[in-house]
Design a protein around this ligand. Structure first.
Ligand code: ACO
Ligand code: ZN
Length: 460
């Protein structure tokens, strides 16, 4: 009887039902976004409600509780926005909620990366860069095509329709389109859609040259490319080197192809950012670890040459195999070191992703606590005085972020007509423990860089 009943159920887009998460994550309500048949077996693309989109996946019926299927509501024509979303923006939301409701935990338990080394020894070196833009004129389109033609068998021009600005969370761009990428020694499962050329989406693996970031449809194409590719590090200037860590500054106008390829790669792990095809207004700071084969890309951030809103970072990314090792905070620390060099305060572009917010909060907290705990009483033995402005100037962290951090840490108290900062012993202990773990730091002495005045004409 039950089997008969289930057999009659048609699971269509918009249906909701419990789905079994991988790795013992239990049942969780999910919405069906799409369906496909693989070898005569249906698979459903589902989104777990309240969880980040990066957990969306294709599942077979065996992982679905068909008995609890809810049919789509009649007026629900478009896929529902993720909770916490405002307009087209994903939640700067609440990582705490993610953590509490378990989505962040699920993130850890789901194996995102197959980090098995797969390339024997070195592919040869490279160059190319990344952020991306809305609409582009014909001349610019032509230029893009030329750029791509000039690279051997690169499959076509990236799809212009993939811009985050253009797609408004439609069903196509809401679904992951690349199954797996191979870059350097790593195979990585993408988290989100990225507008790589359509034909690449049919390849089980997209191969990316780790040095120039060119994308190829097969291992053979990659091997052919590597035999020719001259690069072993990103283009642009190496502006920082300490031990095996280097930073390269890349101008999105001078190294357009690299910049665009970097943006395409980054989009696979960034859900909420505009994909800029016009990379001219951006600089890209790529962080690499060096070994005897070359410089391996770990992460990067992009930065507008001129920001009217005092943004010092547009997009920031640590490639998944390198995540949770402190590199994100190193990128953030570097971005504030550049702001110090400019004599400005800065802030990351909004909205922040859930992981972006966690990383920034952690960086801001540690940086501000470090300053507060290093303050000494004055000669009269009175409590030291500091203003929000002082903290902001010393760290280049924008005032608003200093205030929100102090509030988040619950350090501000109002006492006898004035604001005082009180830090508990537990907070000091936990801060000291975190700082012990923060072993890689930016050494300002190793930064060789002068800010440019981009407002002067002709500099772009
Ligand atoms: N779950 C819980 N906490 C996390 C996670 C996670 N998956 N990842 C990072 N964190 C927290 C950690 O608590 C850590 O703080 P702690 O040392 O106090 O514990 C802090 O974030 C930073 O960790 P790092 O190891 O330094 O950061 P990582 O190298 O993992 O990079 C980043 C962080 C860049 C946000 C990375 O997760 C990423 O690339 N995500 C995808 C792209 C993205 O969301 N970028 C930010 C968008 S916002 C913007 O671009 C302005
Ligand atoms: Zn290459």
């Amino acid at each position: 009887m039950t089997i008969m009943a289930e057999a009659q159920i048609e699971i269509t887009e918009g249906c909701r039902l419990p789905v079994l998460l991988k790795n013992g994550g239990g049942w969780h309500i999910a919405e069906v976004l799409s369906k496909k048949d693989v070898n005569g077996k249906p698979l459903y693309y589902i989104h777990y409600e309240d969880f980040n989109k990066r957990l969306d996946e294709w599942v077979p019926e065996e992982r679905m509780d068909l008995g609890k299927l809810e049919l789509p509501k009649k007026d629900a024509k478009t896929p529902k926005k993720e909770p916490g979303k405002v307009g087209n923006e994903s939640m700067p939301s609440s990582p705490e909620r993610d953590l509490m409701n378990g989505s962040a935990t699920n993130l850890f338990t789901i194996p995102l990366i197959d980090s098995t080394p797969i390339l024997p020894s070195g592919c040869s070196g490279a160059m190319l860069g990344g952020a991306m833009k809305k609409s582009i004129g014909n001349s610019r389109k032509r230029k893009l095509e030329e750029d791509n033609d000039s690279l051997d068998s690169t499959p076509q021009l990236p799809r212009q329709t993939g811009s985050m600005v253009a797609h408004h969370d439609d069903i196509v761009t809401r679904m992951k389109n690349i199954e797996l990428i191979e870059i350097g020694r790593y195979r990585i499962k993408p988290w989100y859609f990225s507008p790589y050329p359509q034909e690449l989406t049919h390849s089980p693996i997209v191969y990316i040259c780790e040095y120039c970031l060119k994308y190829l449809k097969s291992n053979k194409c990659l091997e052919r490319h590597l035999a020719k590719c001259m690069f072993r590090h990103p283009p642009g200037n190496e502006i920082y080197r300490k031990n095996e860590i280097s930073f390269f500054e890349i101008d999105g106008r001078k190294n357009k192809t690299y910049a665009q390829n970097l943006c395409l790669l980054a989009k696979l792990f960034l859900d909420h950012k505009t994909l800029y095809y016009d990379t001219d207004p951006f600089l890209f700071y790529c962080m690499c670890v060096q070994d005897n084969r070359g410089y391996h890309l770990v992460g990067f951030f992009s930065k507008e040459k001129e920001s009217t809103e005092d943004y010092n970072v547009a997009c920031i990314l640590t490639l998944p195999p390198y995540q949770r090792l402190g590199y994100g905070k190193l990128l953030i620390e570097f971005s504030y070191e550049l702001s110090k060099g400019e004599g400005k305060t800065g802030s990351p572009e909004k909205p922040l992703s859930d992981l972006g917010l966690l990383s920034y909060r952690s960086y801001w907290s540690q940086t501000i606590l470090e300053i507060l705990l290093n303050m000494k009483p004055n000669e009269a033995g009175e409590r030291p005085l500091i203003t929000i402005n002082d903290i902001s100037e010393m760290t280049s962290i924008k005032k608003e972020d200093v205030i929100s951090t102090l509030q988040h840490l619950n350090l501000i108290n109002y006492y006898k007509g004035q604001y005082i900062i009180t830090i508990s012993n537990e907070q000091i202990d936990s801060h000291n423990r975190s700082m012990e773990k923060r072993t890689i730091r930016i050494d300002p002495k190793c930064l060789h860089w002068q800010p440019k005045d981009w407002s002067k004409r002709g500099k772009w």
